[in-house]
Design a protein around this ligand. Structure first.
Ligand code: NDP
Ligand SMILES: CC[C@](O)(C(C)=O)C(=O)O
Ligand code: MG
Ligand code: MG
Length: 493
């Protein structure tokens, strides 16, 4: 199999990369009708499998799970996930031939073998769905021509797909139909109905393509969403301990600080997050973010370039073939960091204190969101897609860190995202070494204004406010957030 994207002529590559249409609410008035009475069989019951299945069932659809024989016989976690929630479970042979819609929610690494096992069992004219296009785009998987192939890709970890649905909202979602597999022209209607079933239409849906989803999803997860949150958390904790801050306090500030600060981002964009700082701290955070952007821009660009060329997937697939040697080594190293090993202290930190004492994280987030957005857009990814993939998803990932630190984030995200996160982290930490030598406790651990008189230069403040607000991610975000009328505030620690 060849990399599908690389086999396309340049014109077609650009065409598919540029597919991005924000869908209006009117497009979803039929709700889940297209799937009512159809048999939906999900393969895999992990992070996305379980949570999407729960939402689809609560939306009135007939959902069951096809698991591999060993998982059923050994009553593995996936079997337990499904049976504890009273879903019907069966082997591929039992369930796949009955399915109108087969949703493949196994890890990307397994897709070729899963599809090869499942495809011969699928009935004529059935539909196959993915939540990430890696197998189609990067591995060039060919699907039987009578089958419709769609994608419904939530821009969120599986846990938050469920949590946001239960809050009456949803997560932004990219939907697509593979141009090589839409024999009956029903793909779009089915993808829309499936997306309504997950609650995605309440947050915003982009009609996208497999290509655009893959090239943006990989970039977001490697850089701002997971890579930089990991690097920023570890460096912040280590700096505080080096400077004599109580480790329990440092651990709590980092674990929950990322959730509290990014929650402001979700509701009011970078502007809203920066507005939570005092004026002197805002000016400082702005300047630090500019410095961070200069240092990290070449790394963000390298990640995007390697994703576009297929080099990233080639190297990751080498690791798959090598028994995940790098993934497992980096996972173990992350588990050994002082941040992971130091429990959060039993100390009260008010919501405002997370901003006042953690200016550095606000600067990291601003720099990372803007860099990821800018780099994606430069590469041909549309701004709406880049917004969901950088700004809106960051707090959803931060929610997982607040639960159980980096372990939880890396457990919940896909194996593909976890690999990319470590790859970025390995390169970013040394890049930031000199910068971190300049950081003191006014940026992380103590109130930025302690011992200062709080004065600011009015002209400088006006210019900085204008620069923050006029960034393209803010312009796009203002429009997209208008459609998020059902968004709820989350409870933070
Ligand atoms: N994680 C996330 O939040 C997100 C994931 N995605 C995409 O969703 C898809 C699913 O990812 P994710 O939910 O992380 O996956 P998980 O790692 O959570 O999937 C685990 C499930 O896959 C099954 N599985 C593992 N290996 C095999 C195999 N060889 N054959 C059959 N079943 C197998 C497991 O069953 P068993 O018990 O048999 O091992 C288990 O049910 C991926 O394409 C991913 O990119 C998209 C957005 C976010
Ligand atoms: C974190 C990245 C993601 O794409 C996701 C949760 O959206 C994944 O692959 O897990
Ligand atoms: Mg994603
Ligand atoms: Mg992903």
């Amino acid at each position: 199999m060849a990399n599908y994207f690389n086999t396309l002529p340049l014109r077609e590559q650009l065409n598919q990369l540029g597919v991005c249409e924000f869908m209006s609410n009117d497009e979803f008035l039929d709700g889940v009708d297209a799937l009512k009475g159809k048999k939906v069989v999900i393969v895999g019951c992990g992070a996305q499998g379980l949570n999407q299945g729960l939402n689809l069932r609560d939306s009135g659809l007939d959902v069951s799970y096809a698991l591999r024989k060993e998982a059923i016989e050994e009553k593995r976690a996936s079997w337990k996930n499904a049976t504890d929630n009273n879903f019907k479970v069966g082997t591929y042979e039992e369930l796949i031939p009955t399915a109108d819609l087969v949703i493949n929610l196994t890890p990307d690494k397994q897709h070729t073998s899963v599809i090869n096992a499942v495809m011969p069992l699928m009935k004529q004219g059935a539909t196959l769905s993915y939540s990430h296009g890696f197998n189609i785009v990067e591995e060039g998987m060919q699907i039987r021509k009578d089958l419709t192939v769609i994608m419904v890709a939530p821009k969120s970890p599986g846990s938050e797909v469920r949590a946001e649905y239960l809050r009456g909202f949803g997560v932004p979602t990219l939907i697509a139909v593979h141009p090589e597999n839409d024999p009956e022209g029903k793909g779009l209607d089915w993808a829309k109905a499936y997306c309504v079933g997950t609650g995605g239409h309440r947050a915003g849906v982009l009609r996208s393509s497999f290509v655009a989803e893959v090239k943006s999803d990989l970039m977001g997860e490697q850089t701002i969403l997971c890579g930089l949150l990991q690097t920023g958390s570890i460096l912040s904790f280590d700096k505080m301990v080096e400077k004599g801050i109580d480790p329990g306090y440092a651990s709590k500030l980092v674990q929950y600080g990322v959730e509290v600060t990014t929650e402001a981002l979700k509701h009011g964009g970078v502007t809203g997050m920066m507005d939570r700082l005092s004026n002197p701290a805002k000016i400082k955070a702005f300047k630090v973010a500019e410095e961070l952007k200069t240092i990290m821009r070449p790394l963000f660009q390298k990640h995007q370039d390697d994703i576009m060329s297929g080099e990233f997937s080639r190297v990751m697939m080498e690791d798959w073939a090598n028994g995940d040697a790098n993934l497992l080594k980096w996972r173990a190293e992350t588990g050994e960091t002082a941040f992971e090993k130091t429990p959060a202290g039993d100390i009260k930190i008010s919501e405002q204190e997370y901003f006042d004492n953690y200016t550095l994280m606000v600067a990291f987030i601003k720099a990372g969101v803007e860099l990821a957005f800018e780099t994606m857009v430069e590469a041909g990814i549309k701004p709406e897609s880049a917004y969901y993939e950088s700004l809106h998803e960051t707090p959803l990932i931060a929610n997982t860190i607040a639960r159980k630190k980096l372990f939880e984030m890396n457990r919940v995200i896909s194996d593909t995202a976890e690999y990319g996160c470590y790859l970025f982290d390995q390169a970013c930490k040394p890049l930031l070494a000199d910068f971190m030598k300049t950081v003191d406790t006014d940026l992380v651990g103590k109130n930025f204004n302690e011992g200062k008189d709080g004065s600011v230069d009015n002209h400088e403040l006006v210019e900085i406010n204008e620069a923050i607000r006029s960034h393209e991610v803010e312009q796009v975000g203002t429009v997209l957030r208008k459609a998020m009328t059902a968004m709820k505030a989350i409870k933070t620690a």
